[in-house]
Design a protein around this ligand. Structure first.
Ligand code: NDP
Length: 434
């Protein structure tokens, strides 16, 4: 806390990992001596910069941008860019720290990083977003590269923003290279990338349920968020025979007792991606659906829950409500959506709980495959990538089980922390004191 004053999210993320790692390294002198955990929890560097842009009324606006390069022991830094007013150094440090473990878990050669700006894309015109993205990249380009640091999308950064940033990188450097992932398929993007995080979170859920002798078919699901991750998680759940009851955004949630089927999901995708509308409009459009302003969906009766919006959106009371209402499994599409107290409730109730760093790793895994395709100047087809994603998620699940099984209960958080840590720590040991 003294080293990182005011950085609550970062301290929370380190605290959660440290508990498991201390336990694991207790009898392993080499990690203690080398101060490995302390070194992983100190980013390699944090770059902070001014992003100046002009709005449509010719006002000059000034935002702050960051890139946190946490650790590149096992590969180039890799992690998304977030544009949201809540972005600050603490949030990005927590995300870059978590990303280091997640990327390690995928088994692919990627280090951990994260970046973003306190820019609010909501209500901005296309040209304003373009000018902001270009200005952001005009500074960021000097810190990244296909073998150095490969950013991607995150909250507020989708295909449109990646396109503007990639265009600016190419213009400044005169190089076409795989410096960003999540690109459009016309210019080097990987098939299956848009779906990968949401689908992956559902595959992880399916793996957890199968290990427990259950399956997804017929289950009632609540989901938060209505962006990239939430809509694709909903889509895969429908395909596997579950009934999706809710979606949300920062204004509140919608509850559709008839189920949110593929047609309705497509409507939400158009609402969010084309019209940039609010989820409340869903209740005006579909009969029987209701909108609950300022509320989260965790009090709705369900079998499974997928938090897919943002960090700390599911607290202790929400976790208790889920457990009391019969929820048997939680798979996190978002990063750290459940507070430490909420996680404790899930563990005490011994329900299946897949933390984001494992359950949502499908997105970055397919980003890693996008890097491979760009390096080789080839493009794999949808089916091949779908198969690879399914296998990667199974592999991540199995690593969590290997390190997390204790007295018949699988602590997926512990499993993910230890498996992710070990690979990075062993690489760092090999490098000596650097
Ligand atoms: P999007 O921007 O597409 O969607 C984010 C959704 O979450 C929106 O519905 C948004 O509502 C809601 N949201 C954002 N901030 C808040 C907030 N403070 N309070 C309530 N709701 C909020 O982002 P993604 O779907 O890409 O990302 C969602 C989560 O998944 C994030 O935690 C992200 O880090 C994580 N993730 C994403 C990956 C990806 O591949 N995209 C990969 C791995 C993790 P509103 O429009 O009102 O802001």
């Amino acid at each position: 806390k003294k080293r990182n004053p005011g950085q609550d999210e970062f301290i929370q993320a380190v605290h959660e990992v440290a508990q498991d790692i201390f336990d694991f390294i207790e009898d392993k002198e080499e990690y203690h001596e080398a101060q490995i955990l302390r070194r992983i929890a100190e980013p390699d560097r944090v770059v902070s910069f001014r992003v100046c842009w002009e709005d449509d009324n010719h006002n000059i606006r000034v935002q702050r941008g960051w890139r946190v390069q946490n650790n590149n022991a096992i590969g180039p830094y890799k992690g998304g860019i977030r544009f949201h007013p809540s972005v600050n150094e603490s949030v990005l440090k927590f995300l870059a720290f978590e990303q280091t473990f997640k990327n390690s878990l995928t088994g692919l050669p990627m280090g951990g990083g994260k970046g973003g700006a306190n820019f609010n894309p909501k209500g901005k015109s296309d040209s304003e977003v373009m000018r902001f993205c270009q200005s952001f990249m005009t500074e960021l380009y000097r810190h990244i590269g296909p073998d150095t640091d490969v950013p991607a999308g995150d909250i507020g950064v989708g295909a449109r923003e990646i396109g503007y940033m990639f265009g600016q990188y190419k213009r400044i450097t005169n190089r076409w290279e795989g410096v960003l992932t999540g690109k459009g398929t016309e210019y080097g993007g990987s098939k299956m990338r848009p779906e990968a995080t949401g689908y992956g979170a559902v595959y992880f859920l399916r793996n957890m349920l199968e290990k427990d002798g259950q399956d997804i078919e017929g289950k009632q699901a609540v989901i938060s968020g209505s962006g990239n991750v939430a809509t694709h998680a909903a889509e895969k759940l429908c395909q596997l025979g579950a009934k999706v009851l809710t979606l949300s955004d920062s204004d509140g949630f919608i509850h559709d007792p008839d189920g949110i089927d593929q047609e309705k999901i497509d409507w939400v995708k158009r609402l969010k991606n084309e019209r940039r509308g609010r989820i409340s409009e869903y209740a005006d459009h579909f009969t029987n659906a209701t909108f609950h302003e300022g509320k989260k969906p965790w009090n709705v009766d369900c079998d499974i829950a997928l938090p897919c919006a943002t960090q700390n959106e599911l607290c202790e009371d929400d976790a208790k409500a889920l457990v009391e209402n019969g929820c048997m499994a939680v798979s996190e599409g978002a990063n750290m959506p459940t507070t430490l107290e909420g996680v404790k409730v899930f563990h005490e109730a011994k329900i299946l709980y897949g933390p984001g760093k494992a359950a949502n790793a499908g997105g970055v895994a397919v980003s890693g495959l996008e890097m491979s395709q760009n390096a080789e100047r080839i493009s794999w087809n949808h089916d091949k990538l779908g198969e690879m994603l399914t296998e990667l998620m199974q592999d991540i699940h199995d690593k969590c089980v290997e390190h997390g099984e204790q007295d018949g209960y699988i602590d997926y958080v512990r499993g993910a922390n230890i498996a992710g840590f070990k690979k990075v720590a062993d690489a760092m040991l090999a490098f000596g004191v650097v």
